[in-house]
Design a protein around this ligand. Structure first.
Ligand SMILES: [Zn+2]
Length: 314
């Protein structure tokens, strides 16, 4: 009893002394110390918010401009932050070679969905926030010597959810690729189907898959690239149908999320479950390609496909 009260007292004593060092109010704190604290505080105030980002993997504070110049990759630990669809396209295609398709296509609130917020108000706010019209940008561009039909999803627009516009834009892209005899490349990141559009969003799974089947019948390649996070209806359709399936490092990929699976199966999940590294080991994906090497690798794969096609034709 006695010792515990004694300990408590000492701990109490220390905590009482310590705060006196932090606020520069007490006249008893030495002058030098006071100045130091004041200086560090004013330094903090000089840094405007939103200029620095803390890396969730290694906790390094990174200057936002440095991230912008490094394709949103942490310079210390190579953690891949999310990147916008336009920045990504810019990093992949030859300069000025990208011609966007269906840039003006917008979603219609066909079910007049009303929840906590209406679908229409959600669409309006995301259009303003992301400066995108929907969750995918599609078009024809050049990679190396190859013309490709390229679709890039954007998680910034309603969690990259797949509604009628995403499905229709991708289907038109795939069909254009088939017509032109070009490879199709789709980079997907998504939480799944867009529930605001109910079954209309689910129908996009069948539509995109059918277009890809027709593309494959024409013996044309389709490369699917999975980036963090990639789940549900998108993974259950076009994202997992690639002749070649690539992924960025440490991306989370699956159908249902790990918590749902754990609760349903009542089993401990293996370490690294649903990461690209785990899925590479288990055969779902073919290769993990860091973002900075993506263009170079894609050109190599496209060269390989083109050489194979020549070989078949001769
Ligand atoms: Zn880092």
């Amino acid at each position: 009893m006695d010792t515990t009260t004694f300990l408590k007292k000492t701990i109490g004593g220390v905590t009482q002394v310590e705060p006196a060092l932090t606020p520069p109010t007490s006249s008893q704190t030495p002058f030098v110390k006071k100045q130091k604290l004041g200086a560090s505080k004013s330094k903090k105030r000089e840094i405007p918010e939103g200029l620095w980002t803390k890396c969730p993997s290694c906790s390094t504070m990174i200057f936002d401009k440095e991230l912008d110049n490094n394709l949103q990759i942490c310079p210390k630990c190579e953690h891949h932050f999310p990147i916008g669809s336009r920045e990504r396209i810019h990093s992949l295609v030859e300069t000025c070679s990208f011609e966007e398709m269906d840039a003006e296509m917008i979603s219609v609130d066909i079910l007049q969905f009303k929840g906590v917020a209406t679908y229409r108000s959600k669409l309006d706010s995301y259009k303003k926030k992301s400066t995108l019209k929907d969750a995918v940008v599609t078009g024809i561009g050049k990679m190396g010597q190859h013309t490709v039909a390229l679709g890039v999803m954007d998680f910034n627009f309603l969690g990259g959810s797949m509604g009628s516009v995403v499905g229709e834009k991708l289907t038109r892209l795939i069909e254009r690729g088939t017509e032109g005899g070009w490879p199709v490349i789709i980079i997907s990141t998504s939480g799944g189907a867009r529930m605001y559009e109910g079954m209309f969003s689910l129908m996009q799974m069948a539509k995109t898959s059918a277009a890809l089947a027709y593309h494959a019948q024409n013996r044309l390649p389709y490369i699917s690239i999975l980036v963090n996070p990639d789940y549900a209806g998108v993974m259950a359709s076009y994202a997992s149908l690639g002749d070649l399936i690539l992924a960025e490092p440490k991306a989370m990929i699956g159908f249902a999320g790990p918590r749902v699976i754990k609760d349903t199966t009542q089993a401990e999940l293996p370490p690294g479950f649903q990461t690209s590294e785990f899925l590479l080991d288990h055969g779902l994906i073919d290769a993990i390609v860091p973002r900075k090497e993506m263009k170079e690798q894609l050109v190599k794969y496209l060269d390989y496909f083109a050489a194979g096609k020549k070989h078949v034709n001769t």
